[in-house]
Write a protein that binds this ligand. Structure first.
Ligand code: MN
Length: 239
């Protein structure tokens, strides 16, 4: 039995399936998805449904998953009354128009009503972080960072959800001495061209978003032996 962590799938179902094949993922393994399953890529809703259907896949929310969760009720209303969606606020428009939410919204609204409610129920009970101990080594998995709580002595339960979802963490900014952090959110190529296409190792912290949806790679780490696995993205390359 092995434990894997992956992040920022952003609708990249094909690459995720290729990764599952590569790591020979079985019912005896566990997969933690460190947020941002939704938006930008081709298949966010089928991907979310796949993850939801597998007992051994655990979604830790990212900001993009939070966006869908926040608006499921409105989208369900919009299925029978489109005018409902004309009056959504700036945050909704920011999600739909500037952050790749349109495809997620479209695919969600194309679902049958029972499937909409199934997904809504799944998203109504989010996980924002996970602490694991594997082979005597402690791990903390979170989507983005700790924000202003990034200081020694802090406990993860004190960190506001908005920071866990949205903040940016520096390459070496892990305040926990005895715990290895694993984060996504910020594609590694944005830290510099030398970090492109691979998992970035900071001081006791791994940045695992390798920018799959931006045409780079999908990275995955196995916590039992810290072995890394990669799948080349089929998405268009974006600067
Ligand atoms: Mn994110």
């Amino acid at each position: 039995m092995s434990t894997y962590v992956i992040s920022d799938l952003h609708g990249c179902l094909k690459e995720f399936e290729a990764m599952l094949e590569k790591i020979e993922f079985s019912e005896y393994d566990e997969m933690y998805i460190a947020g941002d399953v939704c938006d930008r890529g081709k298949d966010p809703i089928p991907l979310l449904q796949l993850i939801k259907s597998r007992k051994n896949m655990h979604l830790i929310f990212g900001n993009h998953d939070e966006w869908l969760a926040k608006y499921t009720e409105d989208l369900i209303k919009g299925k029978s009354d489109q005018s409902h969606l004309y009056y959504m606020g700036l945050d909704f428009l920011t999600w739909i128009h500037f952050n790749g939410g349109l495809i997620t919204m479209d695919q969600f609204m194309d679902l049958d009503l029972p499937d909409c409610y199934d997904l809504k129920e799944y998203l109504d009970n989010p996980l924002y972080y996970e602490e694991l101990e594997i082979g005597g080594r402690k791990f903390l998995i979170v989507h983005a960072g700790l924000g202003s709580c990034c200081r020694s002595g802090v406990h993860i339960s004190e960190v506001p959800v908005s920071e866990l979802l949205w903040s940016h963490i520096g390459i070496d900014d892990n305040p926990f001495e005895d715990t290895t952090m694993i984060v996504g959110h910020m594609p590694t190529f944005l830290y510099g061209p030398q970090y492109e296409d691979k998992i970035l190792h900071g001081k006791n912290i791994l940045h695992i978003d390798c920018g799959c949806v931006f045409g780079r790679t999908l990275g995955c780490v196995r916590l039992d032996d810290m072995k890394e696995f990669y799948i080349k993205s089929t998405c268009p390359y974006l600067e």
